[in-house]
Write a protein that binds this ligand. Structure first.
Ligand code: SAM
Length: 417
């Protein structure tokens, strides 16, 4: 780092000892106007820098998915997404969902489909919770290895995001384990692993599409060296520039044309991060095999349809349905669950842009919500009431006492009012 940063090396080492900033990204459907006094993240209009870390787990707005807690550098991904819509996007290493919630915020209810993939089942559980809380039902979740995707759906995606597993140097001030686990051999090992993922990711991009590669490490071996290895002298690809990158973000050139962007903690408000993107020549694909829909057990917002697998109903936007893949029935996936065991799921209460005319609303104060979360009995007037805080859905009240949703049960193990 001394050789690379020269006179900036000391400020860099100093910044590694400083506490990280607290940043959040607002949900465009639920939290657009929150934290009006907070500073904006320069590269994301919905990113906010907070003065201090709020007690997220006791915040009804967090439970309602009004914002996502994410370090700022990763929010730069937004600047590498193409403007055209619809998009069929594959996030190959999606858990716990920082980049996926950002992509869903960009696609919204009308901009296409995200497949949020992660092979790690434990991390996928966190991904599932975060995407449900976010409430934008434009996604499927899968757990395949990138090689599977590359063989099964070559050249099928407008955007492939590879936020690769890495040596995590950029996380040192957030996570002590990242320091203990680091070694020069580890960087080399990661480089080999990332190259195999990168080639699979490359094979998945459709003509006219993009590959976005990022890591949270400063090691060039895992960043520009990998991309130079994958893209040098490949005339069917061109680098994607971030024209409006602010001066605190450092540009590196590689393999002649290639350009990567480094976020260093002594210059930027975020943690250490690297991002670079390549576009594939050709014309974008048209989609023609929409997934089949069924009638929903209850009224869904405009542009959202129900799909069914077994006894389970899921919500999916019309534009995501139009972007679904051939033979999608044969794949193993999850989507945004809205109905199971003959009643709406917890996630259904969190759906973005929803107002349920057929379920009476039960508005709670923040204090009441904490009691609700802790399992205190509230007496509903109707058989089923939609529970809201500040106008945002957070759950249901049933006559009788249903079991609490899994995510809340887990939360309650740590919380006693
Ligand atoms: N994109 C995530 C976000 O923004 O919240 C963070 C991703 S994290 C840097 C890397 C992820 O890669 C981990 O969730 C890990 O489970 C996943 N991973 C591990 N092995 C993988 C593989 N062979 N293919 C794809 N992803 C893998």
């Amino acid at each position: 780092m001394r050789a690379r940063l020269q006179e900036e090396a000391e400020p860099f080492f100093h910044a590694l000892q400083a506490p990280p900033n607290v940043t959040i990204r607002l949900n465009p459907y639920k939290g657009k106007n929150l934290f009006p006094e907070a500073r904006c993240v320069p590269w994301h209009p919905l990113g906010r820098v907070l003065h201090q870390r709020p007690d997220f787990e006791h915040s009804p707005l967090w439970h309602a998915g009004a914002y996502y807690v994410q370090e700022a550098s990763g929010m730069s991904l937004r600047n590498f997404l193409p403007e055209r819509r619809p998009l069929r996007v594959l996030d190959l290493s999606a858990a716990p969902g920082g980049k996926s919630t950002l992509i869903l915020g960009e696609l919204g209810l009308e901009g296409g489909l995200l497949i949020a993939n992660d092979p790690d089942p434990k991390r996928r559980a966190a991904l599932r919770e975060n995407l449900e809380r976010w409430g934008i039902p434009s996604y499927f979740i899968t757990g395949r290895h990138p090689q599977y995707w590359a063989q099964r759906y070559p050249e099928a995606f407008d955007v492939v995001v590879l936020d690769a597993p890495c040596s995590g140097e950029g996380l040192w001030r957030k996570d002590d384990r990242a320091i203990c686990q680091w070694s020069p051999q580890g960087v080399k090992r990661m480089q080999r692993f990332q190259r195999s993922l990168l080639f699979a990711a490359k094979a998945l991009v459709a003509p006219g599409g993009r590959l976005i590669y990022s890591t949270c490490t400063f090691a060039p071996e895992e960043n520009e060296d990998n991309l130079a290895f994958a893209f040098a002298n490949d005339a069917s690809w061109h680098p994607v520039f971030w024209e409006t990158a602010p001066p605190e973000v450092i540009r590196v050139r590689y393999a002649g044309e290639g350009i990567g962007y480094y976020f260093y903690p002594h210059r930027c408000i975020g943690e250490g991060f690297f991002i670079s993107a390549w576009g594939k020549e050709g014309r974008p694909a048209l989609y023609s095999k929409p997934y089949k829909t069924v009638s929903s057990p209850f009224l869904l917002p405009k542009n959202i349809r129900a799909i069914k697998r077994g006894e389970q109903f899921y919500a999916l936007t019309e534009s995501a349905i139009a972007c679904s893949l051939p033979d999608w029935d044969k794949e193993i996936w999850e989507a945004f669950p809205i109905w199971e065991h003959a009643r709406p799921t917890h996630a259904a209460a969190l759906l973005a842009a929803v107002e349920y005319p057929n379920f009476p609303e039960r508005p709670l104060s923040t204090e009441e919500f904490m009691h609700y979360l802790a399992g205190r009995h509230f007496n509903p007037q109707a058989a089923l009431e939609w529970v809201t805080v500040s106008g945002l859905g957070v759950g249901w009240l049933y006559k009788g006492r249903p079991s609490l949703p899994f995510t809340w049960r887990r939360f309650l193990r740590h919380y006693q009012p």
